[in-house]
Every structure is written in C-alpha cells, then in structure tokens.
Design a protein around this ligand. Structure first.
Ligand code: ADP
Length: 443
C-alpha cells in the first residue's frame, strides 16, 4: 500500500518541483500555469489509460493487456496474473467437466437432474435414449411434457418412493425400465433409469421353467399316487395284478428319473461358464456307440444306416458329443413310424465336419422349427410323452453345439421327414484327411 502512494505521488512531486523551479527562474504566475498544465497532462494520461483498460476489459486477452508505467503498471500486472489464473482454473474446470461427462456417459444407467419444477437441468446419453430426450433441445423442459405416461407422472409426484417404478417407455414398447428418484441438494432430484429388459426376460423364463417342470412332474406323480392308493385299498388283488400295477408305477418313476436327469444335464451345461474339456475323439468309435444306441432304441422297427466319410478325429468333449448325437438319433427313432429309414452320417461340407441324422418320419411344420430348441417345446405333446420324451433333448443338443462353436441346422417337411445337422467349425478337426468310407446298415 505504501508502495502505491509512493508511486502515485512521484508525478505530482515531479510536477510541483518543476513548478517550483519555474517560480524561481520566472514568476509565480508562470509556475502556476505550468503546474496546472502538468496536472492536466497527468489527468489526461489517467483518462487515456482508463479508456484503454475499459476497452481491454471488453475482451480480456492476455496478449493484448495494455502497457503502462507507475501505479498502472502494477495494476495491469495484477490484472494479467488474475486473468492468467482465471484461464487456468477455467481450463481445469473444463477438463474436469469433460471427465464427469465421459464418466456419466459410460454409466450403465440413465441419469437426469430434475429441479423442483420437474424441469430437466441435465441428462446423460442413456437417459436421452430411455426417455427419447434430446440433451440440447429439452434442457429446462418439464419432463412431464416429454414423458407423458400416467404411471410415470404419478411416480414423479410421490416425494420419496421406496420401490422403483417398472415401466415400458412409450417410444420403446419392447423395453422395460426400472426408474428411481433420489432427492438431493436444494429441491433437486436424480432420475435414474435402468434397462431391465434382459432381467425381466430371464425372470419370465424362470417362471415358465418352474411352471413347466412342476407340470411335467405332476402328471407321473398323479399316476403313481393313484396306483399306490389303489394298491392300499384293494387288498384282494392277485399277484399278477400287483405286478402289472407296479410295472406301470415303475414306468412313471422311470419317466421322472429321465426328466430329472435331462434337467440336471441341461442345468450343468447352462451353468458351465468354462469351455468343455477338449480331447481328441476317434469318430469311428463314437459313431458306432451312437449307432448301437439307436439300434437298441429302435428294437428292429427301423432300418438304420451309418455312413462315416468324415474326418477320423475331432477335437471336443466326447461325453457331451455322444449325448448330442444320441439325442438326435433317439428323436429320429421316436418320430419315425415303424418301417422307416434313419441315416446317420459323418461327413465334410465345405471343409466343415458335419454329423447329420436324416429320417423319413412324421416331419415338422416350418412354423415350429425356430422354437424346437426351447426347453419343453414340443410339436405334439402326446407323441413326445408316449415315446418317453422330456421336451429337453434339442435344448441339450443346442447347448452342446454352442459349447463346441457348432451350428444346429434343422431341415424338415411335415409328413416327409427331417434332417438334423451339427456343423462343426473348421478348426475342430484334428486331421482333414477323410476316413475310409464305412457303411453300416441294417435292412
Ligand atoms: P422330446 O423329448 O419331446 O422329443 P426334443 O427337445 O428332443 O423333445 O424335441 C422337441 C420336439 O421336436 C419334439 O417334441 C418333436 O415334436 C420335435 N422333433 C424332434 N426331433 C424330431 C424328428 N426327428 N422328427 C419329427 N419331430 C421331431
């Protein structure tokens, strides 16, 4: 402060000294005129510098700050430092804001800030997507004008709702959103939206699955219960009658046991995150086993063919592939009337190993084909049940195919027959040399 007064007084002292000198050399009048002229000059300089400052403040750039001496020099230096600091802080804040923007854009949830009047102060890209908003256009718009669903509007009016609101946004009918409001600060609220479409689908599937399993188990259990009650009530049954009843009970318990076993297989395959343990499979041995399974199941009612012209070794999990192949053969046997033909084939198509099973059985209408690999999906429930089907076979095959990066292809014509192909990726073959053709047939 002292420094300021010292600097400020220098031109006045200098003018007064000069005026004193003029007084000594000439006269008092001359000295007074010189003093007034110098003070006027000083005043003009101050005005000029003030004008420059005012002009500079219109667009305060570091490069254009005015230069001056004396008290103004100090003032301009301080201003220069202030502007520089302000610019740095602004830059830091801008970088910080950018980081926050990037972080909120990466959030897996939609976030919007609403003020006390439900006007949108800010929103991230996911909130834009969920509610069909436009961050630039809709800022400070009342959200209830933009999202007009009544359940959403009433939810906004509940001050502190504990449970989130689950709704289908009108612009994305197939999307399910879970919405939550969190109050903070000065009458502000965070509107958080989460896309739970997938979760809802899984929950729906889980409910269906539990209902299906219960239904599947209830039928054989009812039958078994009926027989047990009969056996208890009818004490005078003959040995043969008891044997017959017990045979039927055994049939039902076998059905339940097959169902439980298929369920366990499927659950193991679906829960297994790691890929199956790989081994080199000798295909001729595996195909023989699958063929024998088919023969056993057919009991001489069909003519089965095995044509092995594919690569001799395959990389994969033997147990899983045996289960998939056998399921396809079992289906062919069960859905082909007696006297039908079933061809098992191991071959190569455009360099890819293929296992196919073709039958001339009842076939499948085209509309059913896309749904066949769903759990418990059957074209004809009674036929599946009569032949001991659980409705899980193709779901198991499809899961095993996925675990081997293979593709399940289904070709079928109702009334004429079906062909199921498991097409393996190129790399799964150990050797691309085809085995010598081996055809096993039974007429
Ligand atoms: P299921 O235990 O009922 O056979 P799958 O999952 O193996 O269950 O098959 C689903 C449905 O696909 C069957 O119920 C049947 O309607 C149909 N299906 C499967 N394989 C064949 C086939 N080879 N010929 C005709 N229909 C078939």
């Amino acid at each position: 402060m002292q420094d300021f007064w010292l600097r400020a007084s220098i031109p006045i002292i200098a003018s007064a000294t000069l005026a004193g000198l003029i007084w000594g050399l000439f006269s008092l009048i001359a000295a007074l005129i010189a003093m007034v002229a110098m003070l006027l000059l000083l005043l003009l300089r101050q005005l000029w510098l003030l004008f420059k400052l005012e002009h500079w403040l219109n667009d305060a750039q570091l490069e254009t700050i005015p230069e001056a001496m004396g008290v103004w020099e100090e003032a301009f230096t301080k201003l220069y430092k202030m502007v520089k600091k302000h610019k740095r802080t602004k830059q830091e804040l801008a970088t910080e804001l950018k980081h926050i923007e990037q972080a909120t854009a990466a959030l897996p949830e939609g976030v919007a800030i609403l003020n006390a009047a439900n006007r949108i102060e800010w929103c991230n890209p996911l909130a834009e997507l969920h509610f069909g908003l436009n961050a630039q256009r809709d800022i400070l718009q009342d959200i209830t004008y933009l999202v007009r669903q009544p359940e959403f509007i009433s939810y906004l009016h509940i001050a502190e709702a504990d449970a989130p609101l689950v709704m289908h946004p009108s612009r994305h009918e197939d999307m399910v959103l879970s919405i939550k409001l969190i109050s903070y600060g000065d009458n502000k609220r965070l509107l958080i939206s989460r896309d739970i479409t997938q979760l809802e689908r899984i929950e729906h599937m889980r409910r269906d699955f539990v209902a299906n399993v219960s239904h599947e188990l209830r039928t054989p259990l009812t039958v078994v219960n009926g027989f047990v009650e009969n056996l208890q009530d009818m004490t005078d049954l003959s040995h043969d009658q008891v044997r017959h009843a017990l045979g039927l009970v055994a049939e039902q318990t076998q059905r339940m046991s097959t169902l439980v076993s298929d369920l366990l297989t499927l659950s193991r395959l679906e829960n297994e995150q790691s890929p199956p343990t790989q081994e080199t499979i000798t295909m001729s041995d595996l195909l023989d086993e699958v063929y024998q399974d088919g023969e056993l199941l057919s009991h001489g009612r069909h003519s089965l063919h095995l044509d092995n012209v594919g690569i001799p070794k395959l990389q994969g999990n033997r147990e899983e592939l045996r289960s998939a192949f056998s399921n396809l053969v079992s289906n062919a046997v069960r859905y082909t009337p007696a006297g039908g033909h079933i061809d098992l084939r191991w071959w190569t198509r455009a360099g890819q190993p293929v296992f196919s099973v073709q039958d001339n059985g009842i076939g499948i209408a085209a509309s059913h084909i896309p749904r066949l690999t769903e759990r418990f999906y059957r074209v004809e429930l009674s036929r599946s049940r009569e032949t001991g089907g659980t409705g899980l076979g193709l779901a198991i095959v499809s899961r095993i195919a996925i675990r081997h990066q293979a593709k399940l292809e289904i070709l079928s014509t109702e009334g004429k027959g079906s062909q199921f192909l498991l097409v393996f990726p190129l790399k799964s073959g150990e050797s691309s040399a085809p085995a010598s053709a081996k055809v096993t047939s039974k007429a």
